[in-house]
Design a binder for this molecule. Structure first.
Ligand code: NAD
Length: 453
């Protein structure tokens, strides 16, 4: 992010994070957003013991993995013993009656959860083959974790890993999803679920540099979320190709230099964009493994006032370009070594937003595209997923008028806007080898935004 660029910043959260400001907010009943703990290399995964609730063989297996990561694991709650996280393993549910005991155990331990604590559920996907009782119990976990996420305070979050049919509780992709939710990388992900299957190798990933040796393209990388994605993927070991329009050339070069990657000036709506990306990656880096479709624009108007230029440009950049580039990638033998595609959608594409029929069409379109592309990429051993950011503090959101911005920013369980790195961390998680069994997922990075659906 260039220093001169105006980015919205959340002065209110800073003000109420301590001293007189905190006291005043409390007395007036105003929102008291917590300062979220973000990922810093070298800092422990979880700050405090992890309580594993559940008595299945799966719960034992998950505990064993946590121990192998050097975590302090507890199988029984001891009152007033501060906890960094609670992992609730419910992989053998057959009837909603079985929820009572483990949930009361979690309830009893909640007051011992530290600031920025984590609750992660591990449960099975409910599907049509289940008995109605088992499906009810499995789906009940969804309601529990989403409600718990709304009850937690002080930066704590609740999320869930859902086991696809036939997947063991401690499968590699389950454990990588658990690790993401436990870590500070998921600071702004709340009330969300990742579905994991048994795909993927059992060899322990390099958790410090999971993208070592991989080449990643990031579109819209000159600023905002895209620049942050470039930095995060490079931090995790990837060689990054930063793509943006020629008009953003100087900022693009600065980002590419900073991450020791290369810059490709390219309008992604160009017909030959896919070929240009493949050629650049092959010539400069010898391979291409990860493509992050981040470039996006807004041209807001109520539909009654929408002109063709606004509608067409948003569709062209936000979805048509991604479809065309993906076609070129799928046809190429140079994008075939466990490739990863990650698209940036938006909560507007899930819940809709006034004045954004064009933008919401494009971002909901991204979700449809991701789901239909997953089987095609699976043939190459690859995955495709999307992140759907809510309110993120960038130049895009700095343009929103003050009152609207303040409401949009507070309307989530964490009562604040996210930061570009929150989106970037979720993308890096999907990009890693350890996420091989995670495809066609749409992960909201929105602090559990309350705008509907
Ligand atoms: P931004 O406007 O700060 O950055 C977008 C970048 O994309 C710019 O550098 C721009 O030059 C580039 N770009 C635009 N058209 C392009 C084209 N045709 N070819 C190549 N590059 C192009 O936006 P941001 O806030 O960083 O958003 C990044 C992505 O996240 C977008 O897809 C956006 O829709 C999505 N998103 C943002 C938010 C938010 O709150 N900021 C919320 C949800 C989703």
């Amino acid at each position: 992010m260039a220093a001169h660029q105006k980015v919205s910043s959340d002065k209110y959260t800073e003000l109420v994070s301590g001293g007189l400001g905190r006291e005043l907010a409390k007395r007036l009943g105003l929102p008291q957003p917590a300062v979220l703990r973000r990922f810093t290399p070298g800092v422990p995964l979880v700050q405090g013991p992890i309580l594993v609730v559940g008595h299945s063989a799966g719960a034992d297996a998950v505990s064993a993995v946590l121990l192998s990561w050097g975590q302090d694991v507890r199988r029984h709650a001891t009152p007033r013993d501060t906890l960094g996280a609670i992992v609730l393993v419910l992989d053998e549910l057959a009837h909603p009656d079985q929820l009572s005991a483990p949930l009361r155990e979690v309830g009893g331990a909640l007051r011992d959860l530290q600031r920025n604590g984590r609750i992660v559920g591990i449960s099975r996907q409910a599907d049509a083959q289940d008995t109605p009782e088992a499906a009810a119990a499995r789906n009940a976990v969804d309601g529990i974790l989403r409600s718990l996420a709304k009850e937690l305070r002080a930066g704590a979050t609740a999320n869930g890993v859902v086991l696809a049919n036939g997947t063991a509780a401690d499968a590699p992709s389950t454990m990588s999803a658990l690790r993401f939710f436990l870590s500070a990388r998921s600071a702004f992900v709340d009330g969300q679920f990742l579905t994991a299957s048994s795909e993927g190798s059992a060899t322990e990933p390099n958790w410090d540099r999971p993208l070592e040796g991989r080449v990643a393209v990031v579109t819209g990388a000159a600023r905002g979320i895209g620049a942050s994605i470039a930095r995060t993927l490079a931090r995790d070991g990837a060689k990054v190709v930063a793509v943006d329009v020629p008009a953003a050339g100087d900022q693009l070069a600065a980002v590419a230099n900073e991450v020791h990657g290369t810059a490709l000036q390219l309008d992604i709506t160009a017909t030959e964009a896919g070929a240009r990306i493949l050629d650049h990656a092959a010539q400069r880096h010898g391979r291409l493994d990860i493509v992050v479709h981040n470039a996006g624009i807004t041209r807001d108007k109520l539909l009654a006032n929408m002109d063709a230029a606004r509608w067409d440009s948003v569709i062209a950049v936000n979805i048509a370009a991604q479809l065309r580039i993906n076609q070129a990638l799928l046809a190429s033998s140079h994008f075939a070594d466990h490739p990863r595609i990650i698209s940036v959608s938006s909560t507007s594409g899930i819940a809709g937003n006034r004045g954004q029929t064009n933008y919401a069409a494009s971002k909901a379109g991204v979700i449809g595209m991701v789901r239909a592309t997953a089987p095609l990429l699976a043939e190459k051993g690859g995955t495709v997923n999307a992140v759907a950011p809510g309110f993120i503090e960038t130049a895009m959101t700095a343009k929103i008028p003050f009152a609207t911005r303040e409401v949009a920013r507070r309307l989530n369980s964490l009562q604040q806007g996210g930061r570009p790195e929150d989106v970037a961390e979720a993308i890096a998680y999907f990009a890693s080898e350890a996420s091989a069994g995670v495809t066609a997922n749409i992960l909201r990075v929105c602090g559990q935004n309350l705008v509907g659906q």
